[in-house]
Design a protein around this ligand. Structure first.
Ligand SMILES: [Zn+2]
Length: 90
């Protein structure tokens, strides 16, 4: 079943040039070096980081998120997923 939902995109930091780590998500020590995170001056500046990893859908995440660091995409959704937002108004 296809439906529209927010999908994470790569947000590149204007200061260090790395991809911004999603806000509040645990990044393993192994991958933290390749992400811009809260210690960088640019992390909290535009373009703002969102809550999703690139290509992760809001349904996969399952919690309310902002529009930052996402784009609306039509994606294939598992039926009977059981969590996540299933209705998108607007
Ligand atoms: Zn940075």
């Amino acid at each position: 079943m296809k439906k529209f939902m927010r999908v994470g995109i790569r947000v590149v930091c204007a200061v260090c040039g790395q991809s911004k780590a999603p806000i509040g998500r645990s990044i393993s020590a192994l991958t933290s070096d390749s992400y811009c995170h809260y210690e960088c001056d640019g992390y909290r500046k535009k373009p703002y980081a969102g809550s999703l990893f690139p290509n992760e859908t809001e349904e996969d995440f399952g919690f309310p998120i902002s529009d930052d660091g996402t784009e609306w995409k039509e994606v294939e959704s598992e039926v009977g997923h059981g969590y996540g937002k299933t209705s998108i108004a607007k």
